[in-house]
Design a protein around this ligand. Sequence first.
Ligand code: NAP
Length: 491
Amino acid sequence: MSPDHDGVRRPLRFVVIGAGMAGILSAIKLREAGFGSVAVYEKADRLGGTWRDNTYPGIACDIPSHLYRYSFAPNPNWTHTFAPGPEILAYLEGVAERFGVTDAIQLNTEVTRLRHDGERWQVELSNGSTDQADVVIGATGVLHHPRYPDIDGLGTFGGACFHSARWDHSVELTGRRVGIIGTGSSAVQIVSAIIGTVGNLYLFQRTPQWILPVPNPPIDEEQRAVFRQDPASMDALRKELAHTFETSFANAVVDANSPQMAFIEEMCRQNLENSVRDPELRERLRPDYRPACKRLVVSPDFYEAIQQPNAHLITEKILRIEPQGVRTTDGTLHELDVLVLATGFRVDQFLRPIEVTGPTGVTLEELWAQRPYAYYSISIPGLPNLFLLNGPNGPVGNFSLIDVAELQFDYISQLIDLIARGEARLITATTEATERFEQARVDAARNTVWVTGCRSWYLDDRGIPSAWPWSFDRFRAEMAAPRLEDFELVR
Ligand code: NAP
């Protein structure tokens, strides 16, 4: 018998915002727990979140594929060590289908307002209809809202111009003059993917990046057949990868002085020294900050691509954009047919621009007037029964966000259980516990490599990393069970 009707747990209505990786996860887990009344609202016309939005040439995940998967849906068919984007999108769609949650997802439906009336969340939707929910799960993603650069004349460019997360596939690149602004993970993948097709490529670099040279070998059909026939061998590989990844990389970045960090730094330096032949180009590509201070860029072939005769690294500052191209401060006009803005994302948005009002009348805009925060990235004091997946200051970037979301969901499900069993009607983290958590997080962030002297999207307006500053083991331990004394439970 489902908990909706078992007489012990009361029926609950759930609204999940966003049908990306975390929204799909929520629908599957809620249904699995026996909650039948679940609506997932997705503003786009297709599920898949970041993997739907980002379709630029060369897109791949830099977390090994056998780690970047739901624990309950291992995939023996990944074709590469780091799967290409379209394969991940197909995987997410396949999982939603296989676990029977596509009917819960309403596409082309944006949540515009959430207002808690003291009993339930009143939900307003872009199509003019409304819903009500006992519990809302915000699964709106971190790297979602494109950041457009504030450069003079951007709107005047005469050719095609688009953000890396809004790739215009109708634009022909073959033989053309293509400019790319930015040198983050997106730009680096694009450069390697298109250098062989474009006429000339102009990479506008404001800050050089360290590049970790990790190859991306295919997983051949023979190996995939082994995984299909013997899932235990796939799990063994996953465990090995997880162990290597956590001990060598993910945990190194939170301890800037660890031997693992020193090893990564050395690999990056050797890559630059050994891969870039022209000493002048090498110096222009050399960052003046420590490797992994910015989110480390992983690429086996970027240096090779940028040394091709049709590749031009532009390090002069951009003065303005003109109808014919990009003018740099040395007076040169770099004439272009296509301009790609690989300029990253606005990482302080989360639920925004949804208007959220709690039962006391307090709004999310007021609560987050300075910057977004949440108790353990999950609960915002003043906004009960609203839980976030991959919310503010959570483990981002260096972990498999699917693992992160699963651990967070298991934690949230324990809170939901209290509501379903009538032990609490409303649950929110207390302000005091949230402030304590924030202070500990800010203190610990001082030991991370992210504060060793660079500008990056990790840093908030105070220069403090908006990230989990501890090990993944600690995250796993903290997510095992909520400390109920840190929550306000209203009966
Ligand atoms: P990003 O890392 O934020 O990089 C943005 C780039 O644009 C930076 O080089 C930045 O320069 C430059 N830029 C921004 N505004 C500019 C301006 N006005 N003038 C000149 N340059 C400007 O963005 P991203 O490459 O899209 O990557 C974001 C994150 O997405 C990554 O860190 C990663 O977490 C994720 N991602 C992962 C993968 C993967 O799995 N392989 C691929 C893509 C993205 P500065 O450095 O000087 O600020």
